[in-house]
Design a protein around this ligand. Structure first.
Ligand SMILES: Cc1cc2nc3c(=O)[nH]c(=O)nc-3n(C[C@H](O)[C@H](O)[C@H](O)COP(=O)(O)O)c2cc1C
Length: 347
């Protein structure tokens, strides 16, 4: 399996159609899902020659910690569909490959167990879906803090779930007994969506300020596309923003995340780290995102496919491929250190 596309096709066989559709699908007509990948592919590289690239530095600093790669595992729910050890296997894979992990609020394993499997050498961040009930939101934050999270990632792009037609058509349902322990046994429906009614969750900038007051953890907002929101995020105390369209799963026909990145980077102007996700399928995509100003990137579906095919080692294999492709792209564009990347590396 030489690239992530190979691993995805193998995963499709292992997972079966409906679980595969749950992981792979996007919202509505899946246009944004496709653009995420295509727009990264369309960016052309602009190499320099005869530079000393005999040693390559892929490390970055994020929230006070050095990361060997500018890459973390994105928060994705329900790893048990891919592997019986669920997020434990994922965490072992992250640990083997030396990358941090963002644990989804919708994971099937309690954060404390994930922290043990990951070990302290890698960063563990916890992704939170704000709940209708503040007491539950606060308790989840405290539970994450006590469980070993170093940062909170608040996902702000989905006051309602997206409507994933492909997933609905395939008849996907969460298998019996697949639990979500990081909701502390008090999982609430965040929003109501059915044919008669769409009733989204109320969550505003005020809630963010309130959350800031409940915890000492740094807070990143995930799902920022508009530079005005990036500005508000910083004004309300966010310690970083994640430019993401949720892998095309929420609102179809928003632009590819890579097209939204430069304006957000410009507005943030170095005041906080900007992280990128949605559509990374090659190490050269990581290089492109960093050239557009991201400090690091998250990868979502590809490691889920690795998990399905080979458990922890499958996750490790996915990261190994991305690492190798990133190093190749660096050497061949004349980039010695990822910290040197800027728009001059793009045609
Ligand atoms: C199956 C699946 C489940 C996801 N679950 C969550 C989640 O629980 N919380 C969240 O913030 N994002 C979630 N995401 C979005 C990812 O964090 C990330 O934004 C996206 O996968 C990046 O795009 P990529 O898959 O093209 O790399 C999920 C994505 C997938 C594919």
């Amino acid at each position: 399996m030489l690239n992530l596309a190979n691993i995805e096709s193998a995963a499709r066989d292992v997972l079966g159609q409906s679980s595969y559709d749950y992981y792979a699908s996007g919202a509505a007509d899946e246009l944004t899902l496709r653009w995420n990948v295509e727009r990264l592919q369309e960016l052309r590289l602009r190499p320099r020659v005869l530079r000393d690239v005999s040693t390559l530095d892929t490390s970055v600093e994020l929230l006070g910690r050095r990361h060997a790669l500018p890459l973390l595992l994105a928060p994705t729910a329900n790893h048990r569909l891919a592997h019986p050890l669920a997020e434990i296997a994922t965490a072992r894979g992250a640990s083997l490959s030396g990358v941090g992990m963002v644990l989804s609020n919708g994971s099937n394993t309690a954060i404390r167990e994930v922290a043990v499997a990951l070990g302290s050498a890698q960063a563990l961040w916890f992704q939170l879906y704000v709940q209708p009930d503040r007491a539950l939101t606060r308790d989840i934050i405290w539970h994450a803090e006590a469980g070993g999270a170093e940062a909170l990632v608040i996902t702000v792009d989905s006051p309602v779930d997206g409507s994933r037609n492909r997933q609905a058509r395939s008849g996907w349902r969460l298998p019996e007994g697949t639990g979500h322990p990081n909701y502390l046994g008090r999982k609430q429906r965040r929003s109501v969506v059915n044919l008669e009614e769409v009733r989204p969750l109320k969550c505003t900038w005020e809630d963010l300020e309130w959350m800031k007051g409940t915890t000492r953890l740094p807070m990143l907002l995930k799902g920022i596309l508009n530079p005005d929101d990036a500005e508000l995020a910083l004004r309300h105390g966010a310690d970083g923003v994640i430019v993401s369209n949720h892998g095309g799963r929420v609102l179809d026909t928003v632009p590819a995340a890579i097209d939204a990145l430069p304006a957000v980077v410009e507005r943030v102007a170095g005041r906080a780290p900007v992280i990128f996700d949605s559509g990374i399928r090659r190490g050269s995509d990581v290089l492109k995102a960093l050239a557009c100003g991201a400090r690091a990137a998250l990868v979502g579906r590809p490691y889920l496919y690795g998990l399905a095919v080979g458990g922890a080692e499958g996750v490790e294999h996915v990261i190994r491929i991305l690492r190798q492709e990133l190093r190749l792209a660096m050497a061949l564009t004349g980039c010695r250190a990822v910290g040197d990347l800027d728009r001059s590396f793009l045609w």
